[in-house]
Design a protein. Sequence first.
Length: 75
Amino acid sequence: MDQGRWAGDRAVLDGIIKMEQTRVDDGIWMPERVEVRAAAKIFLTKSFVIDRVLTYSEYRLPQTDVPAIKDPAIP
């Protein structure tokens, strides 16, 4: 548990972020699941808690009307 200073008084902070990724077309890695858990106690009386899980899916390439141009400098 980390302890810090906030506005001249004591704050106790604790948290973790976890992220899972998935590989999509052409080796691009994108987030699949993000989990955020955090807690803070300020002035030893006021508490804040964050507990969120975000999921992402159905990635697809954007459809454009512009034709792809290969760069001659890149083999």
